[in-house]
Design a protein around this ligand. Sequence first.
Ligand SMILES: NC(=O)C1=CN([C@@H]2O[C@H](COP(=O)(O)OP(=O)(O)OC[C@H]3O[C@@H](n4cnc5c(N)ncnc54)[C@H](OP(=O)(O)O)[C@@H]3O)[C@@H](O)[C@H]2O)C=CC1
Ligand SMILES: O=C(O)C1=N[C@H](C(=O)O)C[C@H](O)C1
Length: 257
Amino acid sequence: MSGDPTRIAVNGAAGRMGQTVIETATDRENVEVVVGIDVADAETVDGVPVADPDDAVDAFAEYEPDALIDFTVPDATLGIVDACVEHGVAVVVGTTGFNEDQLSYLRRTSEFVPVLKATNFSRGIQVLLRTVSEAVGALDGYDLELMETHHNQKIDAPSGTAKTILETVQEERDVDPVYGREGHAPREDDEIGVLVRRAGDIRGEHELVLAGNDEVFSLSHRAEDRGVFAAGALDAAAWVAGRNPDWYTFGAVIDES
Ligand SMILES: NC(=O)C1=CN([C@@H]2O[C@H](COP(=O)(O)OP(=O)(O)OC[C@H]3O[C@@H](n4cnc5c(N)ncnc54)[C@H](OP(=O)(O)O)[C@@H]3O)[C@@H](O)[C@H]2O)C=CC1
Ligand SMILES: O=C(O)C1=N[C@H](C(=O)O)C[C@H](O)C1
């Protein structure tokens, strides 16, 4: 490895993903988490100082991060990006559950600093997305059903990843999502069932089933540890820091590394 490590701030530092990012970074030489941001009272996480979001501008001035990794909630993401613009800090967004207006705000932010957003920072899901396009394009007319399962603390549903899989399907075929089924609900040809489960501490499971022509084909992915998302987010932060203001995807990181 050459050069100084990428200096990273973590928004949501005391959360499940924030803690995992900080822990994962300690084993790496190309990144260093220099400050955390969280509403939690914690003064440090794993030895990393934690500042309140209201003090983010001062914290960025003091610790000079190159990139911010955000795993919070949409309002918290939007609450910190102006501080990133003020200090020229690249933004890596892992948070899910944004509405259209919130996404537009993030898009505008990318006119001033690089913004890289991914609903799933595992490499396997990125490959699954590419395979989804090929499978849906090739298996015309097959019934499509999409399932996801996550831990019982997850707020948004369907998951951000499931929404990305759905969008990828819809780029290939004109199907309308049907969320769960109940009562007399016969399947239509132009629909895709979307089913959500929440239980225990399941890290994240996604499956797309394609059925027709006397066969069933399925594409599935299971995250076994939050470390897979943390590793991808750190790769993304090291890759995007110092680039020109623009909107970037995790797929580009994988293509180039
Ligand atoms: N893209 C990907 O690969 C992945 C995305 N995610 C997404 O990341 C997000 C976070 O997930 P997870 O870590 O499990 O959630 P957690 O609830 O465990 O962590 C979120 C943290 O953000 C804190 N927080 C809340 N408001 C603010 C604020 N205004 N400023 C700073 N921090 C704040 C929370 O504090 P408090 O608890 O006190 O509210 C909490 O500590 C979710 O949207 C999830 O879907 C998760 C895994 C992978
Ligand atoms: O909240 C989670 O845990 C996860 N959220 C992301 C999503 O909404 O897709 C990614 C991953 O599945 C874990």
